[in-house]
Design a protein around this ligand. Structure first.
Ligand code: ACO
Ligand code: OAA
Length: 421
């Protein structure tokens, strides 16, 4: 039986190849495209480049984030979310004519097909909004009876997402659906469908519209994170855009990923309700047996600071007074950040607030219910997922995503009769 080699933390180990595998059949793996005889063990893919990408650049040491070369700070300040969507998906900032055409196409596809609304109606009111979003995206493509092309699917999905998100909320709130307003901005239309009066005129304040627009931009892409990788993984099998994005929503819902924004507010509430000191909470987090993490802290790539967390903290400080909202959770979050950043445990592991730490206090001030926070993330991240999916599909080197494993199970065995086991 041949042995194969495993490289683990720079050291080589030998392990037996199970009979019948390529090694045994005498295929020299190294001669096959991209299949090496040595499989590196990299759980969680911490140091595996899964693709080449021209979309988003991150320097985790310096806290730099750029979409297509533009700094996140610049885009948040000087570009609308529609421009950012266009930039991510089509690779350039649109000129006025391109932007108008894009907005026109979004408006054309903004109304949800009746069948999708029927599916929404059939879901239980207790379903988590992320389950609702994932379900509706998975079936959206089934309700168009034409042979659509890739570009139309992209537009449809981008255009539908704001109604999918807002209607999910209105259904559980027992409110009538508000029709899309094709003259409004993306952020404004979402806000109107979410909070507007079904019979009333468009009446979204500039503060609300601007805040949502910026939040969406800040969340719009983040290279090969878990959900974007999921979209690429699913799409690499030739699966549809809808299937890929639906899977990405499932990945984002997890508390270690986008679901952390909901968990942060729940954690802050729990600390307040239990009247627990911040030091005690930090001790709980540090106690590995508690399995409690400081939600909204830590990041695979940022090891110094997350630029979005800085922007969001400042935005929360400015926006809450502007909205006339006082939220003790914001002060608590700031104090908790301070206590954590002075603690050796966090310093040593280079754990800092991530994008999810302050976003929830803003969502809450805007009137968005806690269980909708991660759906807000979906709304922002959608163009990033689409851009990643499209880039993968357009890449000539692309092939089905298929990591290998280090088999650690039993070697070849034979079935013994049940009476002898
Ligand atoms: C949009 C986003 O997805 S941003 C991330 C949102 N998620 C969260 O906020 C959840 C809390 N954070 C985490 O769980 C992690 O920091 C993640 C998932 C973001 C990154 O995980 P990884 O890169 O795999 O880091 P990993 O889990 O290996 O952590 C490294 C060390 O720091 C510790 N650590 C990491 N994050 C935290 C945290 N938030 N609280 C306490 N300890 C933490 C780990 O226990 C580990 O300690 P050890 O070396 O003693 O075992
Ligand atoms: O990049 C990651 O691992 C998580 C993510 O999506 C983000 O921070 O926006």
């Amino acid at each position: 039986m041949a042995d194969a080699k495993l490289v683990l933390n720079g050291e080589e180990y030998e392990f037996p190849v199970v009979e019948g595998s390529e090694g045994e059949r005498g295929v020299d793996n190294r001669k096959l495209r991209g299949t090496t005889g040595v499989i590196s063990y990299d759980p969680g893919y911490g140091s595996t480049g899964s693709c080449k990408s021209a979309i988003t650049f991150i320097n985790g040491e310096e806290g730099v984030l750029r979409y297509r070369g533009y700094a996140i700070e610049d885009l948040a300040e000087n570009a609308s979310f529609e421009e950012v969507m266009y930039l991510l998906v089509w690779g350039k900032l649109p000129n006025q004519e391109e932007l108008d055409t894009f907005k026109g196409r979004l408006a054309e596809h903004a109304t949800l097909p009746d069948g999708v609304v029927n599916v929404l109606e059939s879901l239980p009111n207790t379903a988590h909004p992320m389950t609702v979003a994932q379900t509706l995206v998975a079936c959206l493509g089934e309700y168009y009876d034409d042979d659509s092309d890739e570009e139309t699917d992209i537009i449809r999905l981008l255009a539908s997402m704001k109604a999918l998100a807002a209607y999910g909320y209105r259904k559980t709130a027992g409110k009538d659906y508000v029709a899309p307003n094709t003259d409004a901005s993306y952020a404004g239309d979402f806000a109107n469908m979410m909070f507007g009066d079904a019979d009333g005129d468009y009446n979204v304040s500039e503060v609300l519209e601007t805040a949502i627009d910026k939040l969406l931009t800040l969340h719009a892409d983040h290279e090969q994170n878990c959900s974007a990788s999921t979209a690429r993984m699913i799409g690499s099998a030739g699966s549809s855009l809808y299937a890929s994005i639906s899977g990405a929503i499932g990945a984002l819902s997890g508390p270690l990923h986008g679901g952390a924004n909901q968990k942060v507010i729940e954690m802050l509430e729990e600390i307040r309700e239990a009247d627990r000191s911040l030091e005690d909470h930090i001790d709980l987090v540090k106690d590995k047996s508690s399995d409690v993490r400081l939600m909204g802290f830590g990041h695979r790539v940022y090891k110094n600071f997350d630029p979005r967390a800085k922007i969001l903290k400042k935005a929360a400080d400015e926006l809450l007074p502007e909205l006339g909202v006082e939220d003790p959770a914001l002060d608590l979050a700031k104090e908790l950040e301070q206590v954590a950043l002075e603690d050796e445990y966090f310093v040593k592991r280079r754990l800092y607030p991530n994008v999810d730490f302050y976003s929830g206090t803003i969502y809450r001030a805007l009137g968005i219910p806690t269980n909708m926070f991660t759906v807000m993330f979906v709304l922002g991240r959608l163009p990033g997922w689409i851009a990643q999916w499209k880039e993968m599909r357009d890449d000539e080197e692309q092939r089905i995503h298929r990591p290998r494993q280090i088999y650690i199970g039993e070697n070849k065995r034979e079935v013994t009769p049940i009476s002898e086991r």
